[in-house]
Design a protein around this ligand. Structure first.
Ligand code: GLA
Length: 331
């Protein structure tokens, strides 16, 4: 009787002693997550991955930063993460239609997944609602771009009927469509003639993809003196601006407004002479990286389900205020 009693006490004591250790071990040491991005050399994604790593250092989990520029690379990144013992990953996919294939692989490995920036779509093109997502509110941010362009045209005293718009598009990526549609809507609301908007479809969401798309459009529409430029991100707007320079347009005849607020824009604002790149709607890539990494960590370590969909907002950044906005957004 006595013996059973002491054994029971012993068992109880060790359970009490072990419990905090077990929880500690899982939250502090064993959590490892991947952070896979489609364009690891783009300033936006560099910052996002760095912020995820910093969150890990602070909260006590490991972050493995990987690039996934096509489907094959993403799948091998997932294999690699699994073999390192990672329990999940945050991803900005190179093509949102890879969603089902990526989720298949992750589920085989029992890994948890959160998308950042670009949301997976199903085979019928609908957003994959079951995968938690954090991204920009594309339409609103796009509208801010259009409003900023309209205000600057007015400040320069341009007659909108005489202005051409270079709309650099990416129709495969829903957030890109939302952003450029939002900007178009705001321009039209401000009185811009729809007939003066010309599409330049880009193959890749970067400066060189946009440059190649923009150049032929400028030469086809040689009659316009004034141009405005918008796209899904500032890297692409910069490609358009570089194309206007090569075409021979003076910076004062060009108004380009981007989206992101990353190193690409800072470099442009830091030049001695202003270019046609007027501004960008800055969003906190620091917050995107940090929040998604932290959400995934809490999901793994504490079984806390992340929010299904988080939409982030932006602030217009120009040559005049970029340093203040940069500080405000922790960029
Ligand atoms: C897309 C773009 C990036 C960046 C992110 C932000 O992935 O390609 O440049 O704008 O969205 O959400």
């Amino acid at each position: 009787m006595r013996l059973t009693h002491s054994l029971a006490r012993l068992a109880l004591c060790s359970a009490i002693m072990m419990a905090p250790f077990a929880a500690q071990a899982q939250s502090d040491e064993n959590v490892k997550i991947g952070f896979i991005v489609k364009k690891p050399e783009q300033a936006w994604f560099i910052n996002e991955q760095q912020a995820a790593t910093a969150a890990g250092e602070e909260l006590g989990f490991q972050v493995v930063r990987l690039g996934g520029e096509d489907g094959q690379e993403v799948l091998s990144a997932i294999d690699n993460l699994y073999s390192q013992g990672a329990q999940g990953f945050v991803i900005c996919p190179p093509d949102v239609r890879l969603g089902p294939a990526i989720m298949n692989r992750a589920e085989q490995y029992g890994m948890k997944v959160i998308t950042v920036d670009d949301q997976f779509v199903t085979s019928s093109g609908e957003p994959m609602e079951g995968v938690p997502h954090l991204g920009m509110s594309g339409t609103k941010i796009g509208m801010q771009v259009g409003e900023a362009i309209a205000a600057e045209m007015q400040a320069r005293g341009w007659d909108m009927d005489e202005v051409a718009a270079l709309r650099i598009t990416n129709n495969e990526l829903p957030t890109a469509v939302e952003r450029t549609d939002g900007a178009t809507q705001a321009l039209i609301d401000a009185g811009f003639p729809e007939a003066n908007i010309f599409d330049a479809p880009q193959q890749s969401t970067d400066t060189s993809g946009a440059f190649s798309a923009a150049s032929p459009v400028l030469s086809q529409r040689g009659g316009f003196e004034h141009w405005v430029i918008y796209a899904l991100n500032e890297e692409s707007v910069l490609g358009g601006v570089r194309a206007t320079e090569q075409y021979g347009l003076a910076p004062e005849n060009v108004i380009g407004v981007g989206i992101n607020g990353s190193g690409a824009a800072f470099a442009e604002f830091s030049r001695n002479n202003p270019t046609g790149f007027h501004g960008t709607v800055a969003v906190s890539s620091t917050m995107h990286g940090r929040q998604t990494a932290e959400d995934l960590y809490r999901w793994i370590a504490e079984d806390e389900q992340p929010p299904a969909n988080t939409e982030t907002t932006g602030t217009l950044m120009t040559r005049d205020n970029w340093q203040d906005v940069r500080e405000e957004l922790g960029l």
